[in-house]
Design a protein around this ligand. Structure first.
Ligand code: 3AM
Length: 193
């Protein structure tokens, strides 16, 4: 059987609460018809999307992630700045960025290149972000004024710092009401205290 997998890190509960309040502010002060916000339990930072994977491969994937994490220290991550993919003028995904991308990028690169899980690691792009919401087809092109106001006001928001202590392997099940993510394995990073 195939499972849709991805590898991610999760912000700590205290900061998740702040991020969820930020999402509530976006919903209340910048109402945008057709915008689909991320459910609080689905807020995570994806390091690598693996896609449909034969479930027999999962033990091998788990041991590869384990090996990387044993050699990689815990780190702090500061969440700040709202942005959009592909661009603020043409937003499809609204995201919260990070102020210190170096450690999380190094971790993602280690996972992308050293695990052999990604077919073409040279081409794999990594841009650390937390997806806050998606602009659905219906909303495209009709909400540009609202998005300009939103980025003008909150483009430089600072949400705070969270400790990243582990990497998670997730299964994603796509359902009509939105994706359901289940943790398949947890991998502690090296404790530096
Ligand atoms: O954390 P975010 O929201 O950026 O966008 C999907 C989500 O990332 C991404 O994997 C995460 C968990 O679903 N994703 C889904 N399909 C993808 C694909 N085909 C994908 N990333 C790359 N290619």
């Amino acid at each position: 059987m195939q499972k849709r997998l991805f590898i991610a890190i999760d912000p700590e509960p205290a900061i998740l609460d702040t991020i969820f309040k930020l999402i509530s502010t976006l919903k209340r002060d910048y109402p945008t018809e057709g915008m689909r916000y991320t459910a609080p339990q689905n807020l995570h930072l994806t390091l690598q999307f693996l896609g449909e994977t034969d479930e027999h491969q999962i033990p091998k994937i788990i041991s590869k992630i384990d090996k990387i994490c044993q050699n990689f220290s815990e780190f702090d991550l500061e969440f700040a700045n709202l942005g959009a993919f592909p661009s603020r003028r043409n937003p499809r995904i609204i995201w919260l960025g990070v102020n210190n991308p170096q450690p999380v990028t190094a971790l993602a690169k280690a996972i992308i290149s050293d695990t052999g899980l990604v077919q073409d690691p040279e081409k794999a792009q990594f841009s650390p972000h937390l997806t806050l919401g998606r602009v659905t087809e219906d909303a495209r092109g009709i909400s540009s004024e609202m998005f300009s106001k939103l980025f003008a006001k909150l483009g430089s928001v600072n949400v705070g710092t969270t400790r990243i202590r582990e990497v998670l392997l997730y299964q994603s099940i796509l359902k009509p009401g939105g994706p359901v993510y289940t943790v398949l394995s947890r991998h502690a990073l090296k404790n530096i205290c």
